[in-house]
Design a binder for this molecule. Sequence first.
Ligand code: SF4
Ligand SMILES: [Fe+2]
Length: 289
Amino acid sequence: MANLKIKVKENISGKFFVDSTCINCDACRKFAPGTFSDQGDYSFVSKQPGSDQEELEAKQALLACPVNCIGIEGDKDLKAARDSFPKHIDGPVYINGFNNESTFGADSYFVTSSKGNWLIDSPRFVKDLVNKFEEMGGIKYIWISHKDDIGDSKKYAEHFGAKRIINQFDVTDKIKDAEIVLTEEETSIDDGIIFHTPGHTKGSQVLVFEDKYLFTGDHFAFIKKLDMFASFRRACWYSWEKQITSVDKMKKFKDIEWILPGHGRMGQIKRGDFHHIVQKSVLWMYEVD
Ligand code: SF4
Ligand SMILES: [Fe+2]
């Protein structure tokens, strides 16, 4: 529960507030950009919601917050926001909300498929999502982009009888009993194609669906400060050199229209533009210190 007594001083007064336990994961600013802003080290309420839509988004942000540091004074009815997750993005793709503290609040996704649904990285294991996933046909695979995003995947796997998929180099104690451990550069599983993209971690991987949806974990995202897609120079745990090579290799994905990361911002792009986007990123990546 957020604590009014330790709310950050930048909050504009009104119904919503952020307290000083914020870990600056960015989730609230993605779900409710009109309400939450970045102070540099943490988020604060820069404008109270001014419409029903903004109010819903602020409540979605509250539920997405991995450390419960967003509070409400007065009406605390969160039903509509709870019911809105997983939130539809495009085609078979949904974003889950309920971000997990153990993944540093990374975004996770849900993808529906006639061959069996996929959970993409791991939200918190909460009843709201479990019930929704059940209604939507359950989970067949849980794809873990890399070891930072294992989260509650074991609980989801046990509940749904799902198979967890991870690269061999990112198997840790938390996932040593994974059902599928990938060892190849490229692997097709039902309608997903998984590519090994070492760099952020040794076992980082990306997942392509229907040629147009690219799930990237922490490998590649729209970075607001740079105003472009790239990798995170200051959050590269394995090898920046290898990460550049791994980004460059993605040029072969010709028809990508959605880039869906764990951290950083998602982006919709024009079909055919992905090659140039990657090229621009690689040039920047070579130059940055
Ligand atoms: S979601 Fe919560 S922890 Fe993350 S930046 Fe917003 S207020 Fe901070
Ligand atoms: Fe990561």
